[in-house]
Design a protein around this ligand. Structure first.
Ligand code: SF4
Length: 336
C-alpha cells in the first residue's frame, strides 16, 4: 500500500486533507487522532468513522513482528512479516534509531551482502516502510530513521520519498534524523533537493577505484566516484547535513594504503564523515575483516589528514555487515 493510495481512499470517504493528516499522524506516532486526547473522533466524517476499524486493522497488518534478535541492550534485529508473507528486517539502534528496509531483496548485488543473493523480489510500498516505524514504536521510542536496511532506496524512490515526507511532517522525526542511504544514483541527486522534507544523505562508497567498485557493487549505476562525492557535497552544503560515507572494510580488497590516500584526497575539505564498517563473517563468502590494527591505522591516518573518520561500534557492525542474513536464515528455516 502506498500512502498516496491511502489518502485517495480517505478522500473518497469524504476526508479533507486535515482529516487524512490526523489519521496518518495518529497512526505513525501511535497517538490519539485528537490533539486533546478525546477518544470520540467526532471530527472525522461519518463514512470514515464506519470504516476506521477496518482501515486500522489493515494498517496493523502491513508489518507484523515475526522475531526479535537482540544484539545488546539497545540493538535488536526485528524480522518483519508483510501482509503477503514476505519478510524484511528492521533494526533497533542506539539512541532511538531505527534502520528500515525499502525493498524485499535487492538488485544491486553487492558481493559482500546477503540481501543481493536472490535479487529483487519486490518493492515495499510507502505505507509498509512507515509501518516498520510504527511496529518499532510499539516496542520503544523512535527519533531517528535510517533507510539502510534491505534494498537500495534509489530503486524505490517514489515510495521512499513518500515515507520520508510522512515521517518528517506527521511522524515526529526531525528532517536531519531521516537518513537516506544509496550506492549513488543520479535520480537521488535530482529529486532530493526538490522535496519538502530533505533527509540527510549516506553514500555507500566501498572503494575509490572505479573497476573495483564495479566488481563489489555489480549492478550499481556507474557514476565516477569524484562526481558522486561532488554531488554529495553540493547536497550537504545545501541542506547543512554532512554526507555520511559508508565503507565496508574487507581485508586485502579495499583496505590498501592507496585507498586511504585517495579517500584523503577526495574528502579533503568536504562536509563529510567516513564510516568504516568492518565486514562481518558470512558463511559461504570468501571475505574477512582487516585486523584491528589495520583498521585503526586507516582511521588514524585519515584523521591526521583532517578527514572525519570513524569505525562503527560493534552494534553498528552487526547491523550493517550482516545485512540480509536474518531474512536468509528465516527463509532457510522455513524451507527446512
Ligand atoms: Fe543492496 Fe545494500 Fe545489500 Fe548492496 S549492501 S546488495 S545495496 S542491500
Amino acid at each position: 500500500m502506498r500512502i498516496s493510495q491511502l489518502r485517495q481512499r480517505l478522500h473518497d470517504l469524504g476526508c479533507k486533507p486535515c482529516h487524512q493528516d490526523r489519521l496518518l499522524r495518529g497512526w505513525s506516532q501511535l497517538c490519539s487522532y485528537d490533539k486533546k486526547g478525546s477518544p470520540a473522533q467526532t471530527f472525522f466524517p461519518a463514512a470514515l468513522r464506519n470504516e476506521l476499524p477496518a482501515i486500522e486493522a489493515e494498517l496493523d497488518g502491513l508489518a507484523r513482528l515475526h522475531g526479535e534478535y537482540p544484539a545488546d541492550a539497545e540493538v535488536a534485529r526485528l524480522l518483519v512479516g508483510l501482509a503477503d508473507g514476505q519478510m524484511v528486517e528492521s533494526v533497533l539502534l542506539p539512541r532511538g534509531g531505527l534502520c528500515v528496509s525499502t525493498q524485499v531483496g535487492c538488485a544491486v548485488g553487492c558481493v559482500f551482502c546477503m540481501s543481493g543473493r536472490d535479487g529483487l523480489l519486490r518493492q515495499l510500498g510507502s505505507a509498509e516502510i512507515v509501518a516498520q516505524v510504527v511496529l518499532a514504536r510499539k516496542r520503544r521510542a523512535v527519533s531517528k530513521v535510517v533507510f539502510m536496511g534491505m534494498g537500495e532506496p534509489a530503486h524505490n524512490l517514489d515510495n521512499v520519498l513518500e515515507a520520508i515526507e510522512v515521517l518528517g511532517t506527521l511522524g515526529g522525526i526531525g528532517h536531519k534524523n531521516l537518513v537516506l542511504s544509496t550506492v549513488g544514483d543520479l535520480r537521488v541527486f535530482e529529486r532530493l533537493p526538490q522535496q519538502l522534507v530533505k533527509p540527510a544523505l549516506a553514500l555507500s562508497l566501498h572503494s575509490t577505484d572505479a573497476a573495483l567498485r564495479a566488481r563489489l557493487l555489480p549492478q550499481a549505476r556507474q557514476i565516477a566516484v569524484a562526481e558522486l562525492v561532488q554531488r554529495g557535497e553540493d547536497y550537504a552544503r545545501a541542506t547543512g547535513y554532512p554526507v555520511q560515507y559508508q565503507w565496508t572494510l574487507i581485508e586485502g580488497v579495499n583496505d590498501s594504503d592507496a585507498e586511504v590516500e585517495r579517500i584523503a584526497q577526495l574528502l579533503s575539505g568536504k562536509y563529510a564523515v567516513m564510516n568504516f564498517i568492518p565486514f562481518n563473517d558470512v558463511e559461504g563468502l570468501p571475505y574477512r575483516r582487516p585486523s584491528a590494527e589495520r583498521m585503526a591505522y586507516m582511521v588514524g591516518t585519515l584523521k591526521q589528514r583532517g578527514i572525519l573518520a570513524r569505525l562503527r561500534d560493534s552494534a553498528g557492525q552487526e547491523v550493517e555487515g550482516a545485512c540480509g542474513q536474518l531474512r536468509a536464515r528465516a527463509a532457510t528455516a522455513r524451507m527446512a
